[in-house]
Design a protein around this ligand. Structure first.
Ligand code: EZ4
Ligand code: CO
Length: 408
């Protein structure tokens, strides 16, 4: 297309499919035949995002120039009046990513080129080793080492608790949204805090210092408990301790910071820069986990990353299975470019999911690498997607031993 020409949006649709788990994908079509896709999956609230798109945003999108990504972003963000919620920001992210896909295709460039070009050869990822107990988790970590991973997150069942976050039946394809109504788990912080240092002691004992080790506390501690855990994990030199505390109160991380040099990561549930502004500017964290699909897309994540760079905070994008291959593809392009890249989470999608979303990123030797196809390199096979209808599914909920409702 010629410079200065408009690229009119003629259609947009939300495609819902469930190849093993639910995904919402937005497809935007233009008058020149160019199309782009964005992920709009918000685990357990999928249909709310579909409605936000279909009932509220798509009608405003038709007829607009697909090239004006920034203006459209501002139109939907400022134009919402009620802004910054997860459902709205996920819907906005899907539009933003689909438009970046279209722009990169129109330019004939892989997305990372459009963002500013390559800053590194590959994107270091971490995988998820988990087991029912320490022995099984240590074995699983060995499996990831054998697959070439440089960085491994370790989660283990805790003695005395029937179940805990991050321990799965299928070791390679972890899926937390496990039932049509929320499963109820029981939790004990006391049991957990005694146990976790033993797990990392065993991992260092077995494999030495060559690999990065990570752990996710999944929002279950108070600041002083997090400080204690961070301190007790210092001898095992973690790459990060993730989501130690729910970060609604950003200043609560000051207390953790005063007590431990274990690096801290947080933010997979954040929806905008305002959720992490204080965490970043007061240097209370080391890695920001907010990623493209839940944080308003590439346009907004770019702002978060640039703010973070000023304060020595690096990116560590969320990359669980409930973020579709579209998000992972876009993230690998972003990670290839962003100067202050830290690490990328990489939970493998099932073969069924990979078949519905053909993509050109590849894993080898501990790294993900983008392909060089124009756009973000991920497509959707709509016919195949049609064979996997939506199935209601929820993440678990969590209670303390006495029945008190807690964070999962
Ligand atoms: O529990 O994406 O670091 N990864 C995580 C994930 C989240 C799921 C919730 O849907 O914490 O496994
Ligand atoms: Co997490």
């Amino acid at each position: 297309m010629a410079a200065g020409e408009t690229l009119k949006i003629v259609a947009a649709e939300a495609i819902v499919c469930s190849p093993g788990r639910n995904f919402v994908t937005l497809k935007i079509s233009t008058d020149q035949g160019l199309t782009g896709i964005g992920d709009a999956t918000l685990n357990g609230r999928e249909k709310a995002v579909v409605s936000c798109l279909e009932d509220h945003l798509i009608p405003c999108l038709i007829g607009r120039d697909a090239q004006q990504i920034e203006d459209l972003w501002q139109y939907f963000y400022r134009g919402a009046y009620w802004r910054r919620g997860s459902i709205g920001m996920t819907a906005l992210a899907a539009i933003d990513v689909a438009l970046w896909d279209i722009k990169a295709k129109a330019a004939g460039m892989p997305l990372y080129q459009l963002l500013g070009g390559r800053s590194r050869d590959g994107v270091m990822v971490y995988g998820h080793a988990n087991g029912a107990d320490i022995a099984e988790t240590v074995d699983e970590a060995g499996r990831y080492i054998d697959m070439g991973y440089k960085a491994i997150r370790a989660q283990s069942g805790v003695p005395g608790l029937d179940s805990t976050y991050g321990v799965s039946g299928d070791k390679l394809f972890y899926e937390p949204a496990d039932a049509g109504l929320p499963t109820e788990n029981r939790w004990s912080t006391e049991k957990y805090l005694v146990f976790v240092p033993q797990l990392f002691d065993a991992l260092r004992e077995q494999y030495g210092d060559e690999h990065h080790l990570l752990h996710d506390a999944h929002h279950r501690l108070t600041p002083i408990e997090a400080a204690r855990l961070g301190k007790s994990l210092e001898p095992f030199r973690l790459f990060w301790l993730e989501d130690a505390v729910t970060a609604e109160l950003q200043e609560s991380f000051r207390l953790i910071r005063q007590h431990t040099v274990t690096p801290l990561a947080v933010g997979e549930v954040f929806a905008s820069i305002h959720d992490c502004q204080q965490l970043i500017t007061e240097q209370l964290i080391d890695y920001i986990r907010t990623t493209i699909v839940h944080g308003g897309g590439i346009s907004h994540l770019r702002r978060i990353a640039h703010l973070a760079e000023l304060y020595h905070v690096r990116t560590g994008f969320h990359g669980a299975t409930d973020l579709s291959p579209v998000t992972l593809g876009a993230a690998v392009h972003f990670d290839t470019w962003v100067p202050n890249f830290g690490i990328q989470e990489y939970m493998r999608h099932t073969p069924e999911t990979d078949e519905v979303f053909p993509h050109d990123y590849e894993f080898s030797d501990g790294y993900l690498r983008t392909g060089d196809k124009p756009g973000h390199g991920v497509e959707i096979d709509e016919k195949l997607a049609g064979k996997y209808p939506y199935k209601r599914a929820y993440l678990p909920v969590n209670r303390l031993a006495d029945g008190t409702m807690f964070n999962w």
